[in-house]
Design a binder for this molecule. Structure first.
Ligand SMILES: NC(=O)c1ccc[n+]([C@@H]2O[C@H](COP(=O)([O-])OP(=O)(O)OC[C@H]3O[C@@H](n4cnc5c(N)ncnc54)[C@H](OP(=O)(O)O)[C@@H]3O)[C@@H](O)[C@H]2O)c1
Length: 303
């Protein structure tokens, strides 16, 4: 079916998850600044009391790990505010760190429920509303952790790599309907994401001494980075808003890519990864292509 590319209304309605702090909370003033409306969702909406009486803000309690039935109820409630959701921002997430041998599967499942399955479930439900309208924008919070795995960072990286792949497919599926999908690939931004009680570095009671150095190296690094991250969260959120509204620094750039990189550290990390991957392809091409079945007919390539 061909894209109808329905123009968005001048006043957009945003639905953002994980608004109790950090980037999520900053979306509220950024969105209101442009005269848009926002359904700000959080596990604890008490943290958003300051916005409770704003006529363009609807606060909605939402834990993104909720069941599909509960998510459907919440989206119906959200739609009662303005009758439409033009922009969905899957922002809620947290960092779980652990070395492989010590990963507790229950904790890993919770990491995926929050960072991957929750956003996928919510997006499925919201798409039921966006697709028939042939318009909408959906943003997902990715990370340099979705491009690079570091020792001890497996759980969080796994969740963001998974999100990257799933969202790349979604982008291909819904562009025909005029629905825009973006992965915001953030470097390190100065929120409280690495703060005590937020970032979860799990070790079992019978932790393995062999991994003490790896764990301590990452833990120390996270502690030293906390509060000193180079990225400005307000600027990140404003860029995300401008990407959706095609304003500000992206004004006139109509064909924005799936991935919107944010932060010089994101650019550096991804560039290094791409260059090293290209170098490996060059070096090992002969070995790799030797696994082809001789004389096999060419099939359509994935690209
Ligand atoms: N800051 C960075 O450097 C950075 C870099 C790359 C990607 N990101 C991504 O950006 C997003 C926002 O992070 P942030 O930096 O703003 O960190 P943050 O200040 O810790 O905010 C995370 C938000 O997610 C919420 N949340 C966690 N689990 C939830 C759940 N089950 N249901 C609903 N909300 C939940 C938290 O709510 P509670 O208060 O209820 O816990 C909080 O509001 C995350 O997806 C993160 O992975 C951040």
């Amino acid at each position: 079916m061909a894209s109808t590319d329905n123009p968005l209304p001048s006043q957009l309605t945003w639905m953002v998850t994980g608004c109790s702090s950090g980037l999520g909370k900053l979306f509220i003033p950024a969105v209101l600044e442009r005269g848009d409306r926002i359904i700000a969702t959080a596990r604890k909406i008490d943290s958003l009391r300051e916005f409770a009486d704003h006529r363009d803000v609807r606060l909605l309690q939402l834990d993104v790990t909720a069941s599909e039935a509960e998510i459907r109820r919440k989206v119906t409630e959200a739609l009662s505010f303005s009758g439409r959701i033009d922009v969905l921002v899957n922002n809620a997430g947290y960092v779980m760190s652990s070395v492989w041998e010590e990963i507790q599967m229950e904790s890993l499942q919770h990491q995926f429920e929050t960072n991957v399955f929750g956003p996928m479930r919510l997006t499925q439900v919201v798409l039921k509303h966006m697709r028939p309208r042939r318009s909408g924008s959906i943003l997902f919070m990715s990370s340099i952790a979705g491009w690079l795995g570091v020792a001890g960072g497996g759980p969080y990286s796994a969740s963001k790599f998974a999100l990257e792949g799933a969202v790349e497919s979604l982008h291909e599926e819904v562009k025909q309907f005029g629905i825009k999908v973006h992965l915001l690939v953030l470097g390190q931004f100065r929120t409280n994401i690495l703060g005590d009680g937020r970032s979860k570095f799990t070790r079992p009671a019978d932790s393995l001494a062999d991994y003490d150095t790896v764990v301590e190296t990452l833990r120390t690094r996270q502690q030293q980075t906390n509060g000193k991250q180079p990225g400005c969260p307000k600027r990140a959120v404003e860029l995300a808003r401008d990407v959706v509204r095609q304003e500000g620094s992206v004004l006139g750039k109509t064909e924005l890519p799936l991935r919107i990189f944010m932060g010089s550290d994101a650019i550096a990390t991804v560039r290094t990864k791409c260059r090293s991957t290209l170098a490996i392809l060059e070096k090992y091409e002969a070995i790799a292509t030797a696994t082809d079945i001789p004389g096999a007919d060419p099939v359509q390539q994935y690209s």
